[in-house]
Design a protein around this ligand. Structure first.
Ligand code: GRG
Length: 295
């Protein structure tokens, strides 16, 4: 199956799973549930769910288990976007081609949407069957908690907020992105692996390395897009990093060297999963999509 067709099927599965697992809009408190569904449904590339499913092909994971793990990581991602867009953080009005959650509803509701989506993610991993046994499911919960907490995504966001108007070295920028964006990308990879047949320690280490490098590649590509694309194409405000005087790969390296960096990371990503052979086909294709995407 062509990659774009395969990706479309996973995006559809992801949408249907979120639709099924989110509280219905008519259930009280209706406004909060409407806002959760507004933020979560009909939008986004679903890169993290696609990653879960692509890794699932390596370890023969059950698609139903992957759906739940993928939904959990996507819910954390959506919560982070809703909170990131708030006036006290990035103060943005457009996300996934529509008004941000606090613009469509209100600030207090958007805050609660993020909180409730985060709780739902962990509820799913605790209540639904995602791994072969309880120990595996606990490992999945622990992984997602670490990845999204103060030494993962939330910590990366704190470094990001403190960095506005500052000069960061390349190493400091990398450390920020490893946490802010990379931690959840890595979690998506490893959650996919936990859904399937147990892999050997070297195989898990290989996937771990892949997830880390892919997270950086995702961010370099995102920085290049932010500097070169348009708001209409991205479905979110373009050029914000420069406007807010935020350090990025493009501001530090210039666009030509940022592209070289992306090419190096792409090669390293492919190399890290080469030993999986044909089973990693979807992961290779997804790596290229992340690097070459235009939105
Ligand atoms: C508020 C705790 C907290 C964390 C926020 C991820 C994040 C941390 C903020 C998002 C800001 C941002 C634009 C980061 C750059 C990389 C990124 C995560 C882009 C958005 O992810 P995509 O491109 O979005 O996967 P879609 O909408 O396609 O899911």
């Amino acid at each position: 199956m062509d990659f774009s067709v395969w990706m479309g099927t996973i995006q559809e599965r992801s949408e249907n799973t979120l639709d099924r697992l989110l509280p219905a809009a008519h259930i009280a408190p209706q406004r909060l549930h409407q806002a959760m569904r507004y933020a979560a449904l009909r939008g986004g590339k679903r890169v993290r769910p696609i990653l879960c499913h692509a890794v699932g092909e390596i370890c023969a994971a059950d698609p139903g288990r992957l759906d739940v793990a993928a939904a959990a990581v996507e819910l954390i991602h959506i919560y982070s976007l809703v909170h990131d867009d708030l006036p006290s953080m990035d103060n943005d009005v457009l996300r996934r081609g529509k008004p941000t959650c606090h613009v469509e509803f209100d600030e207090a509701t958007a805050l609660l949407v993020g909180d409730a989506l985060q709780s739902l993610a962990f509820q799913l991993l605790a209540e639904q069957e995602t791994g072969e046994n309880a120990a595996r499911q606990l490992a999945m919960i622990s992984l997602l908690a670490h990845s999204s907490g103060s030494r993962g995504m939330a910590g990366g966001q704190a470094i990001d907020l403190a960095a506005v108007g500052q000069t960061l070295s390349l190493e400091e920028l990398e450390l920020m992105h490893i946490r802010k964006t990379g931690a959840l990308i890595r979690a998506a990879v490893l959650l996919g692996a936990y859904c399937g047949k147990p892999l050997t320690a070297p195989e898990m280490a290989r996937l771990d390395h892949f997830g880390k490098v892919l997270g950086l590649l995702f961010q370099v590509a995102d920085d290049i897009l932010d500097s070169e694309s348009t708001t209409a194409t991205l479905g979110k405000t373009a050029g914000k990093d420069a406007a807010q005087n935020k350090p990025t790969y493009v501001s530090l390296l210039g666009v030509v060297r940022a592209r070289e960096k992306a090419a190096e990371l792409r090669a390293a990503t492919h190399e890290s999963i080469a030993p999986f052979g044909e089973a990693a086909l979807r992961l290779h294709q997804l790596t290229d999509f992340i690097c070459d995407r235009s939105f």
